[in-house]
Design a binder for this molecule. Structure first.
Ligand code: HEM
Length: 106
């Protein structure tokens, strides 16, 4: 079953462009990972202190996602995370979802 992994960041007001640049300029191994489907960095609403961003990844299965989190590619992707320290308020919040119903364009 499809698995969706999301990590929610609260990015300090005024630091959004810097945060987006880190993600645009990163080297990504995701396209080569077994079971990877698609990745988006999503920008959401702002409130008085932060703008919400979500890293959103679709996998063919929860097992494929778990395998990526244990891979060298995951470690490499996060070795640069200190670059973004100070851009967001607190650690990101992770949420994972198993799709229990799916409708696709034919
Ligand atoms: C289970 C937890 C996590 C998941 C599922 C996750 C997911 C992802 C994904 C899918 C990418 C893109 C990787 C690529 O393109 O190869 C990524 C990169 C990144 N993640 Fe995470 N992440 C997690 C934990 C964290 C944590 C705890 C932080 C911050 C403290 C973080 C900050 C970042 C940053 C800043 C990048 C961009 C890396 C760069 O090029 O500098 N992630 N993450």
């Amino acid at each position: 079953m499809t698995f969706i992994a999301m990590n929610r960041f609260r990015v300090a007001l005024g630091r959004e462009a810097e945060f987006e640049e880190v993600w645009r300029n990163r080297q990504s191994d995701l396209p080569d990972m077994p079971g990877f489907v698609v990745f988006h960095l999503l920008r959401g609403a702002s409130d008085e202190e932060a703008t919400t961003f979500v890293s959103h990844t679709i996998w063919e299965s929860e097992q494929a996602f778990e395998a990526w989190t244990k891979s060298e590619a995951f470690r490499r992707a996060h070795s640069g995370a200190p670059k973004t320290q100070g851009l967001y308020l607190g650690p990101p919040r992770f949420e994972g979802f198993v799709a229990v119903s799916e409708t696709k364009k034919v």
